[in-house]
Design a protein. Structure first.
Length: 608
């Protein structure tokens, strides 16, 4: 075996291990891979950085911005009225209507943006219908994934696959090149979600009549303490006392002479008789009692004073205070940092009192927990601070917004711009890269987006992931690794029919997607698939489509696709909930998609 092939395979294996182990974020790992390839001489410096200027990378960036223009202007919020009007009370009807609405939207708009918009809508709708939100959020995610495969611009994976096809000499995919296949698989998936999934979906999250305090089990973590006349805290401010720094507690509110003082509380001087509403374990409160002279109010007194099960929550939302669930989005700068590092309370004037990470619930030592994409934060603070959190694009407040900051008067313009991009690209007047960039400029000129907003609209982790992975594909091509792998695959399975070869690539790509990412799977598998197609005289487009569809159809885990991760915490799901609902769908599509590809596109070879 050639030395360069050995080196390339070595880098590939180490990269796969690094992706699975998550030693670093996947985008950083991809950039490191590109650097290692340059250091080993497997790609030239120009090839190592070519991913940043690749047409697929720039097109993906432009589509993120166009999606932001649509969401910023509220153009797809009209779908909320259709959902409420036609959703009904039957679970199958609810899923069908929701899927029929979000699926076609995600054919043209980034699916993570669609899920971000519909999450609060679905939560509010479930409260009104008294339905557990866990019955609808997995179908929401899966429907957007299925819808994203209807057109070229539905997902970044499709655009990347098109770029790889061009590099291999087969040209870019047209906007609607695999739309027929996408529509059929979407219909099959929607029928499965409508009639089969309701029987498999869990009832994880309580229905509307439950409180957040019950959901997060705050009874043993939120208490009232009183400053006794002998307390050493008298005359000190909270900052001077350092009790929030030395102990694992957060002071949520100070009650002085029946007056409630909300955040910020750091400079508030403490007096004898002040009541503090605190988040902390009983062990820490006992330590403060012994060291600083406070008294812990009895649970029964606390409950009687405020009245029943919702007593804790009633206290936390008294006056100008409110509590809310906040989802960390994939482009958030909070990812990888702790609340303490971020100085979250000072930055946002709100306090995190619990973190939900899928089925895991964190209520202790919150300041030391590194935050992840998809984490759900239970936050308490002034209502104005909660409203302020609604304006950031890094966090999503899971409730209907009281103040709508979108520019609804620009909605028609934003839709017209995106339609123009789609029509011009569909007519092949200009490449999708050019039309998308023109659309970005028009979004800014017309005021649909402010110039500064375009940077926040881009998923930079995806851009860096693509830029880092593209050189890996180049190294595999330059070193002959793709040809070596393809020849070995042919020697092992050359006697199988074209359908089974398509199915094999579909299965392998699906597996790689679940453990790596959809974009990584496409970069690695399409060149190998094309080489196999050449060797066996098969239609290379058939194999490229099989890989592309398998890479995006990720349903088995909450971490295989971004939209799955987004609904993981809000739905209160367990890890295996996705496997139970997604495995039958994966199996159905694994059998049906290759059959459809053979039927629609054939297996006879096509010249580049």
């Amino acid at each position: 075996m050639d030395t360069q092939i050995v080196l390339t395979l070595g880098v590939l294996v180490v990269a796969l291990i690094a992706f699975v182990a998550e030693w670093l974020p996947v985008d950083i790992t991809a950039i490191i891979v590109a650097i290692v390839l340059m250091l080993l001489g497997l790609v030239s410096p120009d090839e190592g950085i070519a991913g940043f200027g690749n047409s697929a990378t720039i097109t993906v960036m432009a589509m993120f911005i166009l999606s932001a223009g649509i969401t910023r202007t509220g153009a797809i919020r009209v779908a909320r009225d259709l959902l409420v009007k036609w959703g009904g009370k039957n679970p199958s009807q609810q899923i069908f209507v929701m899927g029929a609405i979000v699926g076609p939207i995600t054919a043209f708009i980034n699916n993570t943006a669609v899920v971000a918009i519909f999450l609060p809508i679905i939560e509010d709708w479930c409260k009104k219908q008294k339905v557990s939100v866990s019955k609808l959020l997995i179908p929401l995610s899966y429907a957007t994934v299925l819808g994203g495969m209807i057109t070229l611009i539905g997902t970044s994976t499709n655009i990347l696959a098109s770029g790889v096809s061009k590099k291999l000499g087969y040209g870019e995919f047209s906007l609607f090149q695999f739309t027929t296949l996408g529509i059929v698989t979407f219909i099959i998936g929607l029928l499965y979600l409508t009639f089969v999934a309701p029987k498999l979906l869990p009832d994880r999250k309580p229905v509307a009549n439950s409180s957040l305090s019950e959901e997060y089990g705050l009874k043993d973590y939120v208490s009232e303490v009183v400053i006794s006349p002998r307390s050493s805290l008298i005359g000190q401010t909270l900052n001077e006392s350092e009790i929030q720094r030395k102990f694992d507690i957060d002071v949520l509110e100070i009650i002085h002479n029946e007056n409630h003082f909300p955040q910020p509380l750091g400079d508030k001087e403490l007096s004898a008789g002040d009541i503090l509403l605190v988040r902390g374990t009983r062990e820490d409160l006992l330590k403060i009692r012994d060291e600083r002279g406070i008294e812990i109010l009895a649970d029964v007194q606390f409950s009687q004073k405020l009245g029943g099960e919702d007593s804790i929550e009633s206290e936390m939302i008294s006056g100008e205070e409110n509590i809310a669930e906040i989802l960390i989005l994939s482009n958030s700068r909070l990812i990888g940092s702790t609340l303490k590092d971020l100085r979250f309370r000072q930055r946002y004037n709100a306090t995190v009192i619990a973190i939900r990470r899928g089925e895991e619930l964190v209520r202790e030592r919150l300041g030391k927990v590194p935050l992840r994409f998809g984490d759900l934060l239970l936050v308490q603070g002034p209502k104005q601070s909660i409203l302020g959190l609604q304006t950031t694009r890094e966090l999503l407040v899971l409730e209907q917004q009281d103040v709508d900051s979108v520019q609804q008067n620009k909605a028609g313009i934003a839709v017209a711009i995106v339609l123009g991009v789609i029509i011009v690209a569909a007519l092949d007047l200009f490449p999708i890269l050019v039309t998308a960039l023109v659309g970005v400029v028009l979004m800014i000129i017309t005021g649909c987006l402010k110039p500064g907003e375009i940077y926040g609209a881009v998923r930079w982790d995806i851009i860096f992931l693509l830029a880092g992975l593209i050189p890996l594909g180049t190294a595999m091509e330059n070193s002959g690794t793709n040809e070596w792998l393809a020849n070995n695959l042919v020697s092992l399975g050359g006697q199988f029919s074209g359908y089974w070869i398509l199915t094999f690539f579909y299965l392998i790509t699906s597996f790689l997607t679940e453990i790596l990412s959809n974009n990584a799977a496409v970069v690695l598998m399409i060149p190998i698939a094309v080489q196999v197609a050449k060797t066996l005289s098969l239609n290379p487009y058939a194999l490229m489509f099989a890989v592309t569809f398998a890479a995006s159809n990720s349903y088995l885990t909450p971490i295989g696709y971004q939209t799955n991760t987004m609904v993981y915490g809000p739905g209160g799901y367990k890890f295996l909930d996705f496997t139970r609902v997604g495995l039958p769908l994966n199996l159905i599509l694994t059998i049906v998609t290759p059959l459809l590809i053979v039927w629609l596109y054939g297996l006879k070879p096509i010249s580049p």
